[in-house]
Design a protein around this ligand. Structure first.
Ligand SMILES: NC(=O)c1ccc[n+]([C@@H]2O[C@H](COP(=O)([O-])OP(=O)(O)OC[C@H]3O[C@@H](n4cnc5c(N)ncnc54)[C@H](O)[C@@H]3O)[C@@H](O)[C@H]2O)c1
Length: 351
Protein backbone atom coordinates (compact mmCIF):
# COMPACT_ATOMS: atom_id res chain seq x y z
CA UNK A 1 0.00 0.00 0.00
CA UNK A 2 1.47 3.41 -0.94
CA UNK A 3 2.14 5.84 1.90
CA UNK A 4 0.88 8.91 0.08
CA UNK A 5 -1.65 9.67 -2.62
CA UNK A 6 -0.12 11.77 -5.41
CA UNK A 7 -2.63 14.41 -6.53
CA UNK A 8 -3.14 16.87 -9.36
CA UNK A 9 -5.74 19.64 -9.47
CA UNK A 10 -7.48 20.34 -12.79
CA UNK A 11 -8.72 23.94 -12.96
CA UNK A 12 -7.18 26.85 -11.04
CA UNK A 13 -9.89 29.38 -11.60
CA UNK A 14 -10.02 33.04 -10.63
CA UNK A 15 -13.74 33.31 -9.85
CA UNK A 16 -13.81 31.73 -6.37
CA UNK A 17 -10.17 30.91 -5.60
CA UNK A 18 -11.28 27.31 -5.62
CA UNK A 19 -8.35 25.66 -7.42
CA UNK A 20 -6.26 27.26 -4.69
CA UNK A 21 -8.63 25.84 -2.08
CA UNK A 22 -8.24 22.29 -3.45
CA UNK A 23 -4.44 22.68 -3.46
CA UNK A 24 -4.58 23.97 0.11
CA UNK A 25 -6.69 21.04 1.33
CA UNK A 26 -4.41 18.53 -0.41
CA UNK A 27 -1.30 20.27 0.95
CA UNK A 28 -2.82 20.30 4.45
CA UNK A 29 -3.63 16.55 4.47
CA UNK A 30 -0.52 14.60 5.54
CA UNK A 31 -1.03 11.59 3.26
CA UNK A 32 -2.02 13.59 0.18
CA UNK A 33 0.75 15.08 -1.93
CA UNK A 34 0.20 18.00 -4.32
CA UNK A 35 2.17 17.18 -7.48
CA UNK A 36 0.79 19.82 -9.83
CA UNK A 37 -1.99 21.83 -11.45
CA UNK A 38 -3.48 21.57 -14.93
CA UNK A 39 -5.28 24.55 -16.46
CA UNK A 40 -5.76 25.41 -20.13
CA UNK A 41 -5.06 29.07 -19.28
CA UNK A 42 -1.30 29.80 -18.88
CA UNK A 43 -2.09 32.78 -16.63
CA UNK A 44 -3.76 30.41 -14.20
CA UNK A 45 -0.90 27.89 -14.17
CA UNK A 46 1.47 30.81 -13.55
CA UNK A 47 -0.74 31.84 -10.61
CA UNK A 48 -0.64 28.27 -9.30
CA UNK A 49 3.14 28.13 -9.54
CA UNK A 50 3.43 31.43 -7.68
CA UNK A 51 1.14 30.12 -4.92
CA UNK A 52 2.72 26.66 -4.70
CA UNK A 53 6.41 26.96 -5.60
CA UNK A 54 7.91 23.77 -6.99
CA UNK A 55 4.70 22.19 -8.31
CA UNK A 56 4.44 20.96 -11.88
CA UNK A 57 1.93 22.42 -14.33
CA UNK A 58 0.23 21.15 -17.47
CA UNK A 59 -1.92 22.92 -20.07
CA UNK A 60 -3.85 19.90 -21.26
CA UNK A 61 -5.25 16.89 -19.44
CA UNK A 62 -3.70 14.70 -22.17
CA UNK A 63 -0.24 15.83 -20.96
CA UNK A 64 -1.26 15.24 -17.35
CA UNK A 65 -2.54 11.74 -18.09
CA UNK A 66 0.61 10.89 -20.06
CA UNK A 67 2.16 10.68 -16.59
CA UNK A 68 1.95 7.36 -14.81
CA UNK A 69 2.68 8.61 -11.29
CA UNK A 70 -0.51 10.51 -10.46
CA UNK A 71 -3.02 8.63 -8.27
CA UNK A 72 -5.84 11.16 -7.99
CA UNK A 73 -7.11 14.23 -9.81
CA UNK A 74 -9.55 16.78 -8.43
CA UNK A 75 -11.65 18.52 -11.05
CA UNK A 76 -12.38 22.20 -10.34
CA UNK A 77 -13.56 23.36 -13.76
CA UNK A 78 -16.90 24.59 -15.21
CA UNK A 79 -19.79 22.16 -14.84
CA UNK A 80 -20.09 21.17 -18.51
CA UNK A 81 -16.52 19.81 -18.43
CA UNK A 82 -16.97 17.61 -15.34
CA UNK A 83 -18.28 14.49 -17.05
CA UNK A 84 -15.77 14.37 -19.94
CA UNK A 85 -12.81 15.26 -17.68
CA UNK A 86 -13.82 12.72 -15.02
CA UNK A 87 -14.35 9.90 -17.53
CA UNK A 88 -11.02 10.69 -19.21
CA UNK A 89 -9.23 10.60 -15.84
CA UNK A 90 -10.94 7.38 -14.71
CA UNK A 91 -10.06 5.68 -17.99
CA UNK A 92 -6.45 6.82 -17.44
CA UNK A 93 -6.55 4.99 -14.09
CA UNK A 94 -6.89 7.96 -11.74
CA UNK A 95 -9.14 8.26 -8.75
CA UNK A 96 -11.34 11.34 -9.16
CA UNK A 97 -12.76 14.05 -6.92
CA UNK A 98 -15.19 16.14 -8.90
CA UNK A 99 -16.52 19.49 -7.76
CA UNK A 100 -20.20 20.18 -7.35
CA UNK A 101 -22.33 20.31 -9.40
CA UNK A 102 -21.24 16.76 -10.25
CA UNK A 103 -22.31 17.23 -13.90
CA UNK A 104 -25.20 18.59 -15.98
CA UNK A 105 -27.72 15.72 -15.91
CA UNK A 106 -28.48 12.22 -14.68
CA UNK A 107 -27.25 10.55 -17.89
CA UNK A 108 -23.82 12.14 -17.40
CA UNK A 109 -23.77 11.13 -13.73
CA UNK A 110 -24.53 7.52 -14.65
CA UNK A 111 -21.80 7.57 -17.31
CA UNK A 112 -19.30 8.77 -14.68
CA UNK A 113 -20.39 6.13 -12.14
CA UNK A 114 -20.09 3.38 -14.75
CA UNK A 115 -16.66 4.64 -15.86
CA UNK A 116 -15.44 4.48 -12.24
CA UNK A 117 -16.81 0.94 -11.83
CA UNK A 118 -15.22 -0.20 -15.10
CA UNK A 119 -11.86 1.30 -14.13
CA UNK A 120 -12.01 0.06 -10.53
CA UNK A 121 -11.28 3.59 -9.33
CA UNK A 122 -12.96 5.90 -6.82
CA UNK A 123 -15.32 8.67 -7.91
CA UNK A 124 -16.00 11.16 -5.11
CA UNK A 125 -18.10 14.33 -5.33
CA UNK A 126 -16.88 17.41 -3.46
CA UNK A 127 -19.95 18.13 -1.37
CA UNK A 128 -17.59 19.57 1.24
CA UNK A 129 -20.21 21.90 2.67
CA UNK A 130 -21.59 19.03 4.71
CA UNK A 131 -18.74 20.25 6.93
CA UNK A 132 -20.14 23.77 7.38
CA UNK A 133 -20.44 24.54 11.09
CA UNK A 134 -24.12 25.53 10.97
CA UNK A 135 -25.11 22.41 9.03
CA UNK A 136 -23.08 20.22 11.42
CA UNK A 137 -24.87 21.79 14.40
CA UNK A 138 -28.32 21.47 12.80
CA UNK A 139 -27.69 17.81 11.97
CA UNK A 140 -26.50 17.13 15.50
CA UNK A 141 -29.58 18.80 17.05
CA UNK A 142 -31.88 16.80 14.75
CA UNK A 143 -30.08 13.51 15.45
CA UNK A 144 -30.22 14.19 19.20
CA UNK A 145 -34.01 14.52 18.91
CA UNK A 146 -34.03 18.13 20.16
CA UNK A 147 -37.01 19.08 17.95
CA UNK A 148 -38.74 15.69 17.81
CA UNK A 149 -39.63 14.21 14.45
CA UNK A 150 -38.66 16.48 11.53
CA UNK A 151 -41.49 16.89 9.01
CA UNK A 152 -40.55 20.01 7.02
CA UNK A 153 -37.27 21.64 5.97
CA UNK A 154 -37.18 25.01 4.18
CA UNK A 155 -33.96 26.28 2.66
CA UNK A 156 -33.81 29.45 0.63
CA UNK A 157 -31.12 31.76 -0.68
CA UNK A 158 -30.55 34.45 -3.28
CA UNK A 159 -32.41 37.73 -3.45
CA UNK A 160 -33.23 40.33 -6.08
CA UNK A 161 -30.15 40.95 -8.21
CA UNK A 162 -28.80 40.48 -11.72
CA UNK A 163 -27.66 36.85 -11.89
CA UNK A 164 -24.91 37.39 -14.50
CA UNK A 165 -21.97 35.25 -13.37
CA UNK A 166 -19.94 34.14 -16.41
CA UNK A 167 -20.32 30.52 -17.46
CA UNK A 168 -22.37 29.73 -14.32
CA UNK A 169 -25.30 31.63 -15.85
CA UNK A 170 -25.07 30.07 -19.33
CA UNK A 171 -27.35 27.03 -19.23
CA UNK A 172 -25.24 24.84 -21.53
CA UNK A 173 -22.11 25.44 -19.44
CA UNK A 174 -23.43 25.87 -15.90
CA UNK A 175 -26.54 23.67 -16.00
CA UNK A 176 -29.08 26.29 -14.91
CA UNK A 177 -30.15 28.36 -11.94
CA UNK A 178 -30.14 25.45 -9.51
CA UNK A 179 -26.52 24.43 -10.16
CA UNK A 180 -24.64 27.19 -8.30
CA UNK A 181 -25.92 27.12 -4.70
CA UNK A 182 -28.48 24.34 -5.16
CA UNK A 183 -25.97 21.47 -4.91
CA UNK A 184 -25.11 22.52 -1.35
CA UNK A 185 -28.73 22.93 -0.30
CA UNK A 186 -29.99 19.67 -1.82
CA UNK A 187 -27.00 17.72 -0.50
CA UNK A 188 -27.71 19.09 3.01
CA UNK A 189 -31.33 18.02 2.75
CA UNK A 190 -30.48 14.52 1.48
CA UNK A 191 -27.83 14.07 4.18
CA UNK A 192 -30.22 15.32 6.89
CA UNK A 193 -33.24 13.24 5.92
CA UNK A 194 -31.47 10.03 4.90
CA UNK A 195 -34.55 8.52 3.24
CA UNK A 196 -35.63 7.66 -0.29
CA UNK A 197 -37.25 10.46 -2.25
CA UNK A 198 -40.72 9.62 -3.53
CA UNK A 199 -41.05 12.60 -5.86
CA UNK A 200 -40.08 16.15 -6.70
CA UNK A 201 -42.33 19.06 -7.65
CA UNK A 202 -40.58 21.95 -9.37
CA UNK A 203 -41.44 25.57 -10.09
CA UNK A 204 -39.25 27.52 -12.52
CA UNK A 205 -39.92 31.19 -13.33
CA UNK A 206 -38.51 33.30 -16.16
CA UNK A 207 -39.81 36.84 -15.64
CA UNK A 208 -37.10 39.50 -15.53
CA UNK A 209 -33.56 38.64 -16.65
CA UNK A 210 -34.31 37.89 -20.30
CA UNK A 211 -30.73 38.48 -21.45
CA UNK A 212 -29.77 35.15 -19.82
CA UNK A 213 -31.04 31.66 -20.69
CA UNK A 214 -31.37 30.36 -17.12
CA UNK A 215 -34.44 30.66 -14.89
CA UNK A 216 -34.80 33.65 -12.55
CA UNK A 217 -36.34 31.74 -9.66
CA UNK A 218 -36.31 27.97 -9.04
CA UNK A 219 -38.00 25.93 -6.36
CA UNK A 220 -37.93 22.17 -5.69
CA UNK A 221 -40.29 20.49 -3.25
CA UNK A 222 -38.85 17.11 -2.36
CA UNK A 223 -41.05 14.44 -0.82
CA UNK A 224 -39.54 11.61 1.22
CA UNK A 225 -40.79 8.13 2.10
CA UNK A 226 -41.89 9.04 5.65
CA UNK A 227 -43.84 12.08 4.43
CA UNK A 228 -41.10 14.59 5.32
CA UNK A 229 -40.97 17.44 2.81
CA UNK A 230 -38.07 19.75 1.91
CA UNK A 231 -38.63 23.02 0.05
CA UNK A 232 -35.47 24.45 -1.59
CA UNK A 233 -35.57 27.85 -3.33
CA UNK A 234 -32.90 29.84 -5.16
CA UNK A 235 -33.85 33.21 -6.59
CA UNK A 236 -32.74 36.28 -8.48
CA UNK A 237 -36.15 37.95 -8.20
CA UNK A 238 -37.03 37.45 -4.54
CA UNK A 239 -37.35 40.93 -3.05
CA UNK A 240 -38.35 39.52 0.34
CA UNK A 241 -35.95 36.68 1.12
CA UNK A 242 -36.64 34.71 4.27
CA UNK A 243 -34.29 32.90 6.57
CA UNK A 244 -31.72 30.47 5.12
CA UNK A 245 -32.73 27.43 7.22
CA UNK A 246 -36.00 26.55 8.88
CA UNK A 247 -36.41 23.01 10.20
CA UNK A 248 -39.77 22.11 11.73
CA UNK A 249 -40.19 19.16 14.10
CA UNK A 250 -42.98 17.81 16.26
CA UNK A 251 -41.34 19.29 19.39
CA UNK A 252 -39.74 22.46 18.09
CA UNK A 253 -37.82 24.12 15.29
CA UNK A 254 -34.35 25.25 14.24
CA UNK A 255 -33.68 28.54 12.47
CA UNK A 256 -30.35 29.28 10.80
CA UNK A 257 -29.61 32.63 9.21
CA UNK A 258 -26.23 31.81 7.64
CA UNK A 259 -23.08 33.84 8.26
CA UNK A 260 -21.36 30.78 9.69
CA UNK A 261 -18.71 30.37 7.00
CA UNK A 262 -16.70 33.61 6.84
CA UNK A 263 -13.29 32.86 5.34
CA UNK A 264 -14.65 30.18 3.03
CA UNK A 265 -12.57 29.70 -0.15
CA UNK A 266 -9.51 31.09 1.69
CA UNK A 267 -9.09 28.69 4.63
CA UNK A 268 -8.90 24.89 5.02
CA UNK A 269 -11.05 25.11 8.18
CA UNK A 270 -12.21 27.77 10.66
CA UNK A 271 -13.21 27.89 14.34
CA UNK A 272 -16.96 28.05 15.09
CA UNK A 273 -18.77 31.19 13.96
CA UNK A 274 -22.27 32.27 14.90
CA UNK A 275 -25.17 30.20 16.14
CA UNK A 276 -28.53 28.71 15.21
CA UNK A 277 -31.77 29.32 17.09
CA UNK A 278 -33.29 26.28 18.76
CA UNK A 279 -36.96 26.46 19.73
CA UNK A 280 -38.23 23.71 22.03
CA UNK A 281 -41.90 23.12 22.66
CA UNK A 282 -43.26 20.97 25.47
CA UNK A 283 -46.36 20.59 27.63
CA UNK A 284 -48.55 20.34 24.52
CA UNK A 285 -47.49 23.78 23.32
CA UNK A 286 -47.81 25.58 26.68
CA UNK A 287 -44.07 25.74 27.25
CA UNK A 288 -41.76 27.33 24.70
CA UNK A 289 -37.99 27.77 25.14
CA UNK A 290 -35.75 29.64 22.71
CA UNK A 291 -31.98 29.52 22.84
CA UNK A 292 -29.00 30.31 20.63
CA UNK A 293 -26.81 27.24 20.13
CA UNK A 294 -23.26 27.99 18.93
CA UNK A 295 -22.32 26.48 15.60
CA UNK A 296 -19.61 23.84 15.35
CA UNK A 297 -16.32 24.48 13.54
CA UNK A 298 -16.11 24.54 9.73
CA UNK A 299 -14.03 21.38 9.39
CA UNK A 300 -13.85 21.29 5.59
CA UNK A 301 -10.42 19.60 5.82
CA UNK A 302 -12.15 16.50 7.23
CA UNK A 303 -13.49 15.70 3.75
CA UNK A 304 -9.88 15.29 2.53
CA UNK A 305 -8.75 13.24 5.53
CA UNK A 306 -11.79 11.00 4.94
CA UNK A 307 -10.68 10.67 1.31
CA UNK A 308 -7.16 9.65 2.36
CA UNK A 309 -8.65 7.14 4.83
CA UNK A 310 -10.79 5.75 2.00
CA UNK A 311 -7.95 5.42 -0.51
CA UNK A 312 -5.28 4.17 1.89
CA UNK A 313 -7.27 2.19 4.46
CA UNK A 314 -10.57 1.26 2.83
CA UNK A 315 -12.80 3.62 4.84
CA UNK A 316 -16.06 4.71 3.15
CA UNK A 317 -15.79 7.23 0.32
CA UNK A 318 -16.73 10.70 1.70
CA UNK A 319 -19.44 11.41 -0.92
CA UNK A 320 -19.97 8.78 -3.61
CA UNK A 321 -20.96 9.24 -7.25
CA UNK A 322 -24.32 7.69 -6.35
CA UNK A 323 -24.84 10.41 -3.70
CA UNK A 324 -23.86 13.10 -6.20
CA UNK A 325 -26.28 11.72 -8.78
CA UNK A 326 -29.21 12.08 -6.33
CA UNK A 327 -28.60 15.83 -6.16
CA UNK A 328 -28.41 16.15 -9.94
CA UNK A 329 -31.58 14.05 -10.17
CA UNK A 330 -33.44 16.55 -7.97
CA UNK A 331 -32.58 19.42 -10.34
CA UNK A 332 -33.47 17.42 -13.44
CA UNK A 333 -36.72 16.18 -11.93
CA UNK A 334 -37.67 19.66 -10.66
CA UNK A 335 -37.23 21.10 -14.13
CA UNK A 336 -39.27 18.29 -15.69
CA UNK A 337 -42.02 18.77 -13.12
CA UNK A 338 -42.09 22.53 -13.79
CA UNK A 339 -42.94 21.64 -17.39
CA UNK A 340 -45.44 18.82 -16.77
CA UNK A 341 -47.13 20.50 -13.80
CA UNK A 342 -47.02 17.19 -11.89
CA UNK A 343 -44.93 15.70 -9.11
CA UNK A 344 -42.39 13.48 -10.88
CA UNK A 345 -40.57 10.37 -9.63
CA UNK A 346 -36.80 10.62 -9.19
CA UNK A 347 -34.63 8.47 -11.51
CA UNK A 348 -32.64 5.64 -9.83
CA UNK A 349 -34.22 6.33 -6.44
CA UNK A 350 -35.80 2.87 -6.34
CA UNK A 351 -32.88 0.94 -7.81
N1 LIG B 1 -17.65 23.41 -3.23
C1 LIG B 1 -17.77 24.73 -3.25
O1 LIG B 1 -18.18 25.35 -2.29
C2 LIG B 1 -17.37 25.50 -4.49
C3 LIG B 1 -17.02 26.86 -4.42
C4 LIG B 1 -16.64 27.51 -5.61
C5 LIG B 1 -16.62 26.82 -6.82
N2 LIG B 1 -16.98 25.49 -6.82
C6 LIG B 1 -16.97 24.72 -8.06
O2 LIG B 1 -15.66 24.72 -8.61
C7 LIG B 1 -15.76 24.56 -10.02
C8 LIG B 1 -14.97 25.66 -10.71
O3 LIG B 1 -15.57 26.90 -10.40
P1 LIG B 1 -14.74 28.27 -10.41
O4 LIG B 1 -15.61 29.29 -9.79
O5 LIG B 1 -13.38 28.02 -9.85
O6 LIG B 1 -14.64 28.55 -11.99
P2 LIG B 1 -13.55 29.41 -12.78
O7 LIG B 1 -14.16 29.73 -14.10
O8 LIG B 1 -13.03 30.50 -11.92
O9 LIG B 1 -12.34 28.40 -12.99
C9 LIG B 1 -12.36 27.30 -13.86
C10 LIG B 1 -10.94 27.06 -14.34
O10 LIG B 1 -10.97 25.85 -15.10
C11 LIG B 1 -10.11 26.03 -16.21
N3 LIG B 1 -10.50 25.05 -17.23
C12 LIG B 1 -11.62 25.05 -18.00
N4 LIG B 1 -11.65 23.96 -18.79
C13 LIG B 1 -10.51 23.26 -18.52
C14 LIG B 1 -9.97 22.03 -19.01
N5 LIG B 1 -10.60 21.33 -19.96
N6 LIG B 1 -8.81 21.61 -18.51
C15 LIG B 1 -8.15 22.33 -17.56
N7 LIG B 1 -8.61 23.50 -17.06
C16 LIG B 1 -9.80 23.95 -17.52
C17 LIG B 1 -10.32 27.48 -16.62
O11 LIG B 1 -9.24 27.95 -17.42
C18 LIG B 1 -10.40 28.18 -15.26
O12 LIG B 1 -9.16 28.63 -14.80
C19 LIG B 1 -17.26 24.55 -10.34
O13 LIG B 1 -17.72 23.23 -10.40
C20 LIG B 1 -17.86 25.27 -9.15
O14 LIG B 1 -19.22 24.98 -8.94
C21 LIG B 1 -17.32 24.84 -5.69
Amino acid sequence: MPETVRCAVIGYGPMHNFGWAHCAWIDHTPELELVGVCDIDPERTAAAQADWPGIETWHSTADLHARDDIDLVSIVTPHFTHCPLAVEALEAGRHVVVEKAMCLNVAEATHMIEAAEAAGRTLAVHHNRRHDGDFRRIRQLVQDGEIGEVFQIDLQAGGYRNPEHGWYTQKAKGGGAFYFWGPHAVDWVLALVGEKMTGVTGFFYKKVWHDLDIADHVRAIIRFESGTVADVTWSHINAAPGTLWRVLGTEGAIIGTGGATRGYEHAVSTPPQGSVKLIRISDRGHKREEMEVPNLSNDWDTYWQDLADHLLRGAPVPVSGHDGRRTIAVFETAEKSSQTGRTEPVPYEDS
